[in-house]
Design a protein around this ligand. Structure first.
Ligand SMILES: CC(C)(COP(=O)(O)OP(=O)(O)OC[C@H]1O[C@@H](n2cnc3c(N)ncnc32)[C@H](O)[C@@H]1OP(=O)(O)O)[C@@H](O)C(=O)NCCC(=O)NCCS
Length: 395
């Protein structure tokens, strides 16, 4: 008999965790048992499910309770991870069943969105997920920003070890959660992983006592590379201060590598900056984040233009049905009534693409995710215009 059940605490070690090294790590590894035991606290609040047969774990999947900004609203989100099936039990539908169970468990716990990194995007698209734009990797010599040092900006940048600055780091991430569409915030028990290796500096840009930008980074040696993580800022001044800070590393390191949002334009940072901006999508090594609506509540109260449309959602375990999206008051109201007027038929991946702002109604049709007559497209465009999610703060 193959049961799905939840596991927690140390029980994870001899159930779900038995599948992790083979699925995700370089194997075999003599230290994997020890490393997994050490990682237990970082899974503390995860909702971990397993498929079990005669006491043996065949498959597992987990959800991390996170938050994400959807068009300005901070929304309770399930970050799905650690999906793995024993090699001898693959292609028997275990992951599919686990995903369905996770979705309904997360909905029961008040999570309205779900995100994940896909191994195979078309599998998750059928489960309602849509891909986001990938962040960019930017590489440049820091002397290319030297001209920025000629200007005195009102603010300063200081730096410290990530351990000392962890509180500031988390507070700023929490602030960006409420300001940036797509931004994610993971729970403390997971975010503290960054303190384990503590191999990061934290640069903080401050104006009038307020943090306006942050950068975690490490330097791999004299004349080497400054590896920065995500360029995080709350204002253009925050970005300018951090770029000045990077310029100060000219001739200490030969290169800076940094991650930026999809709509950041490094070629505009300074005149004559030699810079390479790139992104590569590959599975499973470099997948873009995917996300979906678990509940229509995620759209309630979202600021919008004046549209009104009836949508019929199809082929979904959770959301199949008819809804009226009404934005005539400036925020979206969701009702189940059958209203007259414009109507569109959508898969949940199609609706999620519109909700996250990554698809236009025409893209939804072109990608086979629904039927949207021209009148309904006009209404949907007013309600859910395109906008770029910043999939930062993954933790
Ligand atoms: C990926 C993995 C979890 C799939 O587990 P599984 O229990 O075999 O999955 P299922 O049997 O439920 O199949 C789910 C779907 O994925 C497809 N699929 C599964 N493995 C696949 C593969 N290697 N290549 C292409 N498609 C695959 C199946 O065809 C099925 O889709 P379909 O019903 O449309 O045909 C498993 O192969 C694994 O543990 N891989 C290593 C770790 C990993 O990649 N985890 C995923 C992180 S998101």
């Amino acid at each position: 008999m193959r049961n799905i059940r939840q596991v927690s605490g140390d029980e994870r070690l001899h159930t779900a965790f038995t599948l992790y090294p083979y699925a995700f790590d370089e194997t075999p590894s003599a230290n994997s048992a020890e490393e997994l035991r050490g990682s237990l606290p970082f899974h503390e609040g995860n909702h971990t499910l397993i498929v079990e047969e005669a006491g043996r774990t065949l498959a597992t999947a987990a959800a991390i309770p996170a938050h994400q900004n959807l068009r300005g609203n901070v929304t309770r989100t399930a970050a799905i991870a650690w999906v793995a099936t024993h090699p001898g039990a693959r292609r028997q539908g275990h992951s599919r069943r686990l995903m369905h169970q996770l979705h309904s468990d997360m909905l029961d716990r008040g999570r309205s969105l779900a995100v994940l990194y896909p191994f195979h995007p078309s599998f998750y698209e059928k489960l309602g997920y849509i891909g986001f734009p990938l962040n960019r990797r930017v590489e440049f010599p820091p002397e290319g920003l030297a001209s920025l040092l000629d200007v005195a900006l009102p603010g300063e940048v200081s730096w410290q070890g990530i351990r000392e600055g962890f509180k500031i780091y988390r507070e700023f991430q929490h602030r960006l959660l409420s300001e940036r569409h797509g931004f994610m915030f993971t729970p403390d028990y997971r975010a503290v992983r960054v303190l384990e290796a503590a191999d990061r500096w934290l640069a903080t840009a401050v104006v009038d006592g307020e943090v306006v930008g942050l950068l975690t980074y490490r330097v791999d040696g004299y004349g080497g590379c400054l590896h920065a993580d995500e360029l995080l800022y709350s204002s253009a001044l925050g970005r300018a201060l951090l770029l000045q800070f990077l310029a100060q590393h000219a001739y200490q390191v030969s290169r800076v590598v940094i991650t930026v949002a999809p709509d950041e334009f490094p070629e505009t940072w300074a005149t004559s900056l030699t810079v390479r901006t790139e992104t590569e999508t590959a599975f499973p090594t470099s997948p873009p984040l995917m996300g979906r609506l678990l509940s229509m509540d995620a759209l309630r109260g979202v600021h919008c233009g004046p549209g009104r449309v009836e949508i019929e959602l199809v082929e979904d375990q959770l959301l199949t049905g008819r809804y009226l999206l009404d934005g005539t008051d400036g925020t979206i109201d969701v009702a189940t009534s059958r209203g007259a007027g414009e109507k569109a038929t959508l898969t949940v991946a199609g609706l999620s693409g519109l909700a996250y702002g990554v698809l236009d109604p025409v893209d939804v049709v072109a990608r086979g995710m629904g039927e949207v007559p021209e009148g309904a497209a006009v209404e949907l465009r007013a309600l859910l215009p395109r906008c770029t999610p910043h999939a930062f703060g993954k933790g």
